[in-house]
Design a protein around this ligand. Structure first.
Ligand code: BJW
Length: 233
């Protein structure tokens, strides 16, 4: 692993599973409890805003009782100690990477603790509920929505991610099913540019066959082991 100088890491819900945060597609996961079309699309929000605001309020509240696990901590250690370039991209809307010590995290699907005003388009840090229609801190309109990326919307910072995938020599995917694009296509973009590709996931993901190496098991064990390997040199 020592030969790598530019690493891009993509994380998904599986990295936070051992912190007690529900994943989406597992048995008993969020998509068994709610219809995706109802809670994770702009159309669902337009149809029933109370349902969607309540869904995200409950997840924001659950986050308060969760703590980062050894996988989050290991990636923070990698950021501190790796001498090359590192980009950590997460599809997760939780803040467990930051609370684990990562200072630079790109949240491509937004953040639970951020509000997007539909009137003035300002993004504001947000820790409270939205179901009660609080005013936007900037324009005072009661038009806040969760600052998350729903199906049919453009994920954040795609230009920066694409450039990093073009330049990286290692792409690592951790705890994601590979079911949602554009993130699911990152492995092929990195491979097309000659990067090595590694998957760390509980089970083979939908795109497992695209990776040059796959390791299967719990992120809380696999990620610290892999970080040790990289830093041992
Ligand atoms: C463990 C573990 C442990 C468990 N240790 N592992 C191309 C083809 C087909 C369709 C499309 C396409 N391009 C776009 C689309 C449409 C659509 C899409 O992908 N649809 C699919 C259903 C096919 N995509 C979009 O609409 C996206 N926008 C877009 O494409 O814009 C246009 C565009 C064009 C060109 C370039 C760029 C853009 C937007 C997608 C938004 C997704 N939003 C959500 C909700 C966010 C807010 C919220 O959190 O509520 O994001 S959906 C949900 O899925 C969430 C997640 O971030 C995302 C991925 O889920 P993830 O993280 O993979 O979780 P799971 O549960 O699926 O998997 C967990 C994995 O962990 C499993 O494998 C477990 O085994 C594993 N695991 N415990 C290690 N302890």
């Amino acid at each position: 692993m020592t030969e790598f100088e530019r690493i891009v890491i993509l994380t998904g819900a599986g990295i936070s599973a051992e912190s007690g945060i529900d994943t989406f597609r597992s048995a008993g996961g969020l998509w068994e409890q709610h219809r995706v079309e109802d809670v994770a699309t702009p159309e669902g929000f337009a149809r029933n805003p109370d349902l969607v605001l309540g869904f995200y309020d409950a997840r924001r509240e659950a986050l308060a009782n969760a703590a980062p696990n050894p996988a989050h901590l290991a990636l923070a250690r990698l950021e501190r100690e790796f001498s090359g370039d590192l980009l950590l991209v997460t599809q997760n809307v939780d803040d467990l990477h930051e609370r684990g010590g990562s200072a630079r995290v790109l949240h491509m699907h937004g953040e639970l603790k951020s509000a997007l005003c539909q009137s003035c388009e300002t993004r504001s840090r947000w820790e409270r509920t939205m179901l009660d229609r609080p005013p936007c801190p900037v324009c005072r309109a009661p038009t806040l929505r969760p600052d998350v990326v729903w199906f049919g919307e453009m994920p954040y910072q795609m230009g920066r991610i694409t450039r990093a995938l073009e330049a990286c020599d290692l792409f690592v995917s951790i705890g994601t099913s590979g079911a949602v694009y554009p993130a699911a296509g990152f492995v092929q973009e990195a491979r097309a540019n000659g990067a090595a590709t590694l998957e760390l996931n509980l089970e083979p993901s939908e795109g497992s066959h695209f990776f040059s190496e796959s390791r299967h098991g719990a992120a809380g064990q696999l990620v610290p082991e892999w970080v040790d390997e990289v830093l041992r040199g």
